[in-house]
Design a protein around this ligand. Structure first.
Ligand code: GSH
Length: 217
């Protein structure tokens, strides 16, 4: 099989790419990279050669001789390469920019601050407890969701941007999964909650869910 995805079941960035691959109806080989076991397989020599950032996901397409990191770049690559199924970005420039902004509200402004290595540093160097790192994650997600909920008031239909699935939904659903893990009450964000429920009715989102992956624990 030519497409491989190196990822981790609970990684939200890997989850984004899994959703897109299923939306695009592409076959792919999923290669688990355990982010915790033995100090983290993302730091292994083998994986570092593939992705020196030591983060998942890494997308490989042997047919195209391509190795890509950064989930947003992977999503846009898939959208351009396979435009015939489930377009993730709308056709018009203004719509496309708005969808990208919504996706980046999550992927750039929320997820990186609560990443595993950030939480590990808070614990190791600043003696934060598990409860404090959970609160850290919750607080940053809440700040992000506060803004997103306001934006969705004018943008959302059934999904984040109108009535078609876009890049924004592909980023939102994994972030909600994280939010729930850290104990955030989703009832404060009724639009986000509704969009999340609507997305999860779709087969691609169901198949991409963390608990459906071979490495789920
Ligand atoms: N901006 C990157 C973020 C990648 C990222 O943060 N991956 C996390 C999992 S969601 C990771 O590999 N963490 C491992 C670590 O922190 O050591 C992307 O969108 O692909």
């Amino acid at each position: 099989m030519s497409i491989q995805l190196h990822g981790y079941w609970r990684s939200s960035a890997s989850y984004r790419v899994r959703i897109a691959l299923h939306l695009k109806q592409l076959d792919f080989e999923y290669i688990p990279v355990h982010l915790v076991k033995d100090g983290g397989e993302q730091k292994s020599e083998f994986y570092q050669k593939l992705n020196p950032s030591m983060l998942v996901p890494t997308f490989v397409d042997d047919d195209e001789d391509i190795v890509l990191n950064q989930s947003l770049a992977i999503l846009e690559y898939l959208d351009e390469k396979y435009p015939q199924t489930s377009r993730l970005l709308p056709q018009h420039t203004l719509d496309r920019a708005r969808v990208r902004a919504l996706a980046q509200d999550i992927a750039c402004d929320v997820q990186p601050i609560a990443n595993l290595r950030v939480l590990a540093k808070l614990k190791e160097e600043f003696e934060a407890t598990d409860e404090q790192t959970k609160q850290w994650s919750r607080d940053w997600i809440m700040k992000g969701f506060d803004a997103l909920e306001k934006r969705l008031k004018t943008r959302a239909g059934k999904y984040c941007y109108g009535y078609e699935i876009t890049l924004a939904d592909v980023c939102l659903v994994p972030q909600v999964y994280n939010a729930l893990r850290f104990g955030l009450d989703l009832n404060s964000f009724p639009i986000i909650k509704k969009v999340w429920e609507n997305c999860n009715e779709l087969d691609a989102f169901k198949r991409a869910a963390p608990e459906m992956q071979v490495d789920a624990q």
